[in-house]
Design a protein. Structure first.
Length: 285
């Protein structure tokens, strides 16, 4: 029986002193006013750390023990439904796996829990910003940029959030989806100024410039994205497509065809791959 149930049952008629006695009983017994024992809280926190540890257990191909991490975070939530970290980590992993509905539920709960805890603990502001940013990404992946925009804006205003280039990059992404290309370019310039090696930011900045008919700056931004030495940057398929489009506008047909070939080689069955193939057929030798 939790404190909440006990108090609801007796609180309508018990004298004021009785409520104090009940609270004292649960404190002595090791229970908090939320009805969660200190033992459960401690074990829940340990399970969060276990989950993070499982993500470090990777084989030579980089495959990590994600299933065990998910089990640990789910157990942490069962033990302590107020464990914001467990909700955030599990929601983030489900986002990566494409399970958007459950990810959204978990991340909304994480945001609510962090918002409550920041009233007493300023250290929770950074994980709150992280939860808001991740929730915004879920909303973007479910075609709701209007809902994502205020979340991303709030993260850019949080000085304790250490990866500001991601916040500005995601804000620019949302503006791109809304067709607000000037706003997108402004946000994305902030992103790559904070972190010049952020190739996704450069790619999206090139897309914004393309829609603004500023093909010179678009090409420069997309060159930054694709010519980066950062691992994985040359595998951003959309950047190859965007640069080919820019080069078509600049009458650089040979270079455009090269970009389109590379785009198709990355994945011919993706939406970007099919679009590259279609555009390639229309670019005359």
């Amino acid at each position: 029986m939790t404190y909440r149930l006990f108090h609801d049952r007796f609180g309508t008629w018990a004298p004021r002193g009785a409520a104090i006695t009940v609270a004292a009983f649960f404190t002595v017994a090791g229970w908090s006013c939320s009805g969660i024992s200190e033992e459960a809280r401690t074990q829940s926190a340990a399970d969060v750390e276990h989950g993070l540890g499982y993500l470090q257990e990777c084989d030579t191909q980089g495959r990590c023990n994600i299933a065990a991490a998910v089990v640990a975070w789910e157990r942490a939530i069962r033990l302590n439904p107020e464990n914001a970290d467990a909700h955030r980590y599990l929601g983030t992993q489900l986002l990566v796996q494409g399970t958007y509905d459950r990810a959204e539920q978990l991340l909304r709960r994480a945001v609510a829990l962090y918002e409550r805890s920041t009233q007493d603990d300023e250290r929770q502001r950074a994980p709150l910003a992280e939860a808001r940013n991740t929730l915004g990404v879920v909303l973007m992946n479910t075609n709701r940029p209007d809902e994502a925009l205020p979340l991303f804006r709030s993260v850019t205003e949080e000085i304790t959030y250490t990866t500001q280039h991601l916040a500005w990059g995601n804000l620019g992404w949302a503006y791109l989806r809304k067709g607000r290309y000037d706003d997108a370019a402004q946000a994305l310039r902030r992103s790559v100024t904070v972190q010049p090696r952020f190739c996704v930011g450069w790619s999206r900045l090139g897309e914004a410039y393309y829609h603004l008919n500023d093909y010179g700056h678009a090409l420069e931004a997309l060159d930054h994205a694709l010519d980066s030495s950062q691992q994985g940057c040359d595998r951003i398929q959309g950047a190859w497509l965007e640069r080919a489009r820019v080069r078509v506008q600049l009458h650089q047909a040979d270079q455009a065809r090269d970009d389109l070939r590379r785009c198709v080689e990355l994945d011919s069955n993706s939406p970007e791959g099919r679009e590259c193939a279609d555009l390639g057929r229309s670019v005359s030798p």
